[in-house]
Design a protein. Structure first.
Length: 244
């Protein structure tokens, strides 16, 4: 145990010396990305989006709201099931309208997306609210941080933003200084988020050292420790492991 503690303190020295990733792919991020709103980048419906059917001349179908099921479909009586996933609202409108004309004489259908539940960004690490956040299309890095609430154990000037290019699969990353944005109003890097972006808030050096030593003294899954899981959850894990 003594040697393990020495190793932990050696790791602490390395951390405190500033050995932390500093990503600089700034050219891949922007404060405003008008190209995303080009006509050919129309919204694509996916589960569990919520859609509303507008059919003014057909009371049987008008104002019906449905959640797109995990199989990508929705059901409209009396016409049956329809694939919605992978279609734009305009494409789904045409599909439903063509089917409805086999049953109703006068029908005109428009599909509205009322809740874009399938589009998310992720905030992980030293924050109070980890996990996916609904993606609204215009939120920035600061918006996501305000919703997730960084902990005191966060390394506020080493927060990482990662983005995967959907065409090439390449991942681009930048390191952002949250403190400068909040306390000094430096918003030059308050980038607009894209669907699927990942924000990782690492532990500051002192917290990282504490987590490392804690893992040596109380060996539990390191992923739980580093993610800042509440003590009650860690204790529950300890008990479940013991009873196996």
């Amino acid at each position: 145990m003594h040697m393990s503690l020495l190793a932990a303190f050696a790791a602490a020295a390395a951390l405190l010396s500033g050995c932390a990733p500093n990503f600089t792919d700034f050219d891949q991020f922007s404060l405003y990305d008008g190209a995303r709103y080009a006509e050919d980048n129309t919204y694509v419906i996916e589960p569990p989006d919520v859609v509303r059917i507008i059919a003014p001349n057909t009371p049987e179908l008008n104002n019906i709201t449905q959640v797109v099921r995990p199989d990508g479909r929705l059901t409209l009586y009396p016409m049956g099931d329809f694939l919605a996933a992978g279609l734009t609202p305009a494409q789904l409108s045409q599909t439903l309208e063509d089917a409805a004309r086999q049953v109703f004489l006068d029908v005109e259908i428009q599909v509205q997306v009322v809740s874009a539940n399938s589009k998310v960004v992720y905030v992980m690490g030293q924050v109070s609210r980890q996990g996916p956040q609904s993606y609204r299309g215009t939120e920035t890095f600061l918006d996501a941080m305000a919703r997730s609430v960084p902990l005191t154990t966060a390394w506020h000037d080493r927060i990482q933003l990662h983005r995967r290019d959907p065409e090439t699969g390449e991942v681009y990353s930048v390191t952002l200084n949250y403190i400068e944005m909040v306390e000094q109003g430096k918003l030059e890097q308050d980038f607009v988020l894209h669907e699927g972006d990942i924000i990782y808030v690492p532990p500051n050096p002192f917290a990282a050292v504490g987590f490392a030593i804690q893992n040596l003294v109380f060996p539990v899954d390191p992923a739980l420790r580093m993610a800042g899981v509440p003590r009650s959850a860690v204790q529950a894990t300890d008990i479940s492991d013991t009873n196996r």
